[in-house]
Design a protein around this ligand. Structure first.
Ligand code: PEP
Ligand code: MG
Length: 747
């Protein structure tokens, strides 16, 4: 037997026989049985067995040639258990001459495997998704040759593809059709809200049906032609790309597309009997498996490049573009590995929900999803592999859960939750036009935060009194190049039109830190949040700020205008910003353009330092807005982007509340209008406490206005202030427990 070796022609013969098996009309189990028989025969081993996942952690012996028949569908092992479990867990080959002596061996008496010494197990996986393990065993103690390992891997790959195409469906619970079972995926919350709909894949999967090919020369030629056209298309993209980061990615693509190693490996696969498509997919699967284990970010990025490139190549080879002819469902839930903000904006409000396999809370796509108020779950592992276009899906953005093809119980519970949310919305709608006055008679102004034109309809819908924070950087972030002044002026004018006289606080460009413009050279800074960002960039490179101020003045066209500068850490930064504004006004006047009838220039208080600025600053600034997200991260020295620490310190921590109260006191003394526009303003309990310590204006996401107002109107803020004071005097670290207790008593 050792001399039988599985050479190229042998392997091709085996693949051809597999293909014929696939073509035959047969039940799933019969196919599996036949494959074990063919493989054992072709490899010259006494045993060939197929183990498939029954659930995420359990493998089941589903077919065997050589082991005891009675063990089929009986023998099971957990992921990591025994040699088979080890192969599945690590996604790596185990090849040993002496199986009983190998690490992790577990004897399964019902299989009668004790007489077999050599063991070769390879994972059955498709594009990074684990499906099972394929094993051959023989009595003679020997290690299998690399040719034999290779041949078994190719069989495993064909098996994976056949499984994907539903070839083994029919009998036995382990052979249920793929992509039909309910799946629950746990991700991370990106944007709250619940949505039900049907899957719409941003990048539909390429389906490869011709796995095996008879004529390697022809397949090599097809591959070569496809790679050439891939190279041309990458070159074309490169010729038109201006952004250095995009260019860097394309350069990497070009390097891979011309990589001899990649090409050689695919050609070897073809020589062994695979079609050009399955050769590409085999290499892609290997890259995905490595991706799952690669800790090094650079390597991960390169593997990701290879993955993207493989997809492009598969589309060329199969002729399947992004246009599959599928129609977008009426209630689409977008499923994607990742998505750029521009692409997301193109879908716009048509989407009911978004599920991303990657992404991050602070990503631009997440910002856009939030602006559009579309429930978003990120880090939903495996969703792009598991979901099919049109699958029923429920997205719980509050908990970061995704129910794919949910069963009736889940559907019922989920719909109940949605109905409750809808009821709450009705309640909020009924108080939309009522001013927010707390039970003690204190008037609190509720504004909304915005950043896109798409936000503006919410100004009416939410009952906001104005826009407390208009983040202008989103318009810069979603473009591939710097917007022009005329474009910006037109956009700001539309914002003011839509606001119909309500106040809009335009914040000048706040870039740097987490907000990196795709067309600006990224700065390699050790601590970007403490680095060259916001007003610091604006003052050092005043061109963009001047252009923006001019655009704002033009947009106002004589109407009142409110502008604020982000991240002012000391007085002179504000003065320099205001001087730029004065220059812009003078220039507009010279050019004969109308000047706003009333201009207010404010500053965002986002660093503790500004709270202690000279009195003169508080007198000069027209208003102050506390950027709580940044202020809190600097106050506690806890990165707002770092999952480990960002929720570690409570906003209702007495130190922080006392600090904010100090700002309120100074502003009151000097008569400086003050608002708070961080995320905490939109959290009902936090909003209550801020109002109780004297913050009279809060600016938040439009969806938060209803819940905040609804609660605020029922609470006596003066009584709440006493509760806060007592808790503080009593030495509490956070006033939250006392506040919650007090609110419970009110119910
Ligand atoms: C803040 O820091 O609280 C703020 C409102 O600004 P941004 O979140 O855009 O940094
Ligand atoms: Mg900020």
């Amino acid at each position: 037997m050792p001399d039988r070796g599985v050479g190229e022609s042998e392997s091709r013969k085996l693949l051809r026989r597999l293909r014929d098996t696939m073509a035959e009309e047969a039940a799933g189990q019969a196919r599996l049985d036949k494959i074990t028989h063919l493989t054992a025969d072709s490899m010259g081993t006494e045993v060939c067995s197929i183990y498939l996942f029954r659930d995420e952690v359990t493998l089941e012996l589903c077919a065997t040639e050589g082991l005891k028949e009675a063990a089929v569908h009986q023998t099971r092992m957990k992921l990591g258990e025994g040699l088979v479990g080890r192969v599945a867990k690590a996604g790596k080959v185990v090849n040993t001459a002496d199986a009983p002596a190998a690490r992790g061996f577990r004897y399964m008496p019902e299989t009668g495997e004790e007489i077999y010494s050599s063991f070769l197990g390879v994972p059955i996986q498709r594009l990074g998704e684990k499906l099972g393990v394929l094993v051959v065993q023989s009595r003679t103690a020997r290690e299998f040759t690399s040719d034999e390992v290779y041949a078994l891997e190719v069989v495993a790959m064909v098996l994976a593809e056949m499984a994907e195409l539903g070839a083994f469906v029919g009998e036995g619970a382990a052979l249920a059709a793929r992509h039909t079972e309910p799946r629950l995926m746990r991700g991370t919350m990106g944007q709250e809200g619940a949505a039900e709909g049907h899957v719409w894949l941003h990048e539909p999967r390429v389906v490869v049906t011709n796995l095996v090919a008879d004529d390697p020369t022809k397949e090599r030629a097809r591959l070569e032609e496809a790679v050439q056209s891939l190279q041309v298309s990458v070159d074309d993209l490169l010729a038109s790309a201006v952004d250095p980061e995009q260019r860097a990615v394309l350069e990497a693509y070009r390097m891979f597309a011309a990589s001899k190693g990649w090409m050689r490996r695919m050609e070897e696969d073809i020589d062994r009997g695979l079609s050009a498509e399955s050769a590409v997919e085999k290499q892609q699967s290997l890259a995905r498996a490595r991706l799952a284990q690669a800790p090094d970010p650079y390597l991960r990025e390169r593997l990701q490049d290879l993955d993207d490139l493989s997809n492009r190549l598969l589309r060329i080879l199969t002729g399947q573009g992004n246009e599959t002819g599928a129609e977008m469902p009426a209630d689409p839930i977008l499923v994607a590995r990742n998505i750029g903000p521009g692409e997301l904006l193109e879908y716009g409000r048509a989407l009911k929900g978004i599920v991303l396999e990657e992404g991050s809370v602070g990503s631009h796509a997440a910002i856009v999803a939030r602006a559009l108020a579309i429930p978003l779950v990120i880090h939903a592992g495996g969703v792009t592999t598991e979901a099919l276009n049109g699958d029923h899906i429920m997205v719980d953005g509050d908990q970061g859960l995704v129910h794919l093809r949910p069963d009736d119980t889940v559907v019922g519970a989920f719909r109940d939750k949605m109905a409750m949310q809808a009821k709450a919305l009705e309640r909020y709608a009924s108080i939309r036009d009522t001013p927010c006055v707390a039970a003690c008679g204190t008037r609190v102004h509720l504004n909304m935060n915005a950043g896109l034109m798409a936000d503006l309809p919410s100004l009416e819908g939410s009952g906001a009194e104005g826009v407390g924070l208009f983040r202008t950087e989103l318009q810069f972030l979603v473009r591939n190049q710097m917007p022009k002044r005329t474009e910006l002026a037109a956009l700001y004018a539309r914002v003011l039109d839509a606001a119909k006289g309500k106040r809009v606080n335009f914040r000048t460009l706040d870039i740097g830190s987490d907000k990196v413009l795709p067309y600006m050279k990224p700065n390699d800074e050790p601590n970007p949040a403490l680095g060259w960002r916001a007003i610091r960039v604006g003052l050092d490179r005043p061109g963009v700020m001047r252009m923006q101020l001019q655009a704002l003045l033009r947009a106002a066209d004589g109407r009142p205008l409110t502008v604020m500068f982000p991240f002012i850490a000391q007085f002179d930064e504000f003065r320099a910003g205001r001087a730029e504004m004065d220059k812009a006004i003078a220039r507009e006047r010279r050019l004969g353009h109308p000047i706003p009838e009333h201009i207010e220039v404010g500053a965002m208080l986002e660093t503790p330092s500004l709270a202690y600025a000279p009195r003169k600053f508080f007198e000069e600034v027209d208003f102050l807005s506390i950027g709580g997200n940044d202020l809190k991260q600097f106050f506690f020295a806890a990165d707002r982007e770092n999952e480990r620490v960002r929720r570690r310190y409570d906003t209702l921590n007495t130190s922080f509340l006392t600090f904010v109260e100090g700002i309120v006191t100074r502003c009151r003394e000097i008569g400086t209008p003050l608002s708070f526009c961080g995320e905490d303003a939109g959290r009902p309990i936090e909003a209550l406490c801020l109002a109780a310590i004297g913050v009279e204006t809060l600016s938040m996401r439009p969806a938060s206005i209803g819940p905040v107002k609804h609660l605020m109107m029922r609470v006596d803020l003066k009584a709440l202030k006493s509760v806060i004071d007592d808790a503080r005097d009593g030495g509490a670290q956070s006033v939250r427990p006392a506040v919650m207790e007090h609110l419970r008593e009110l119910d």
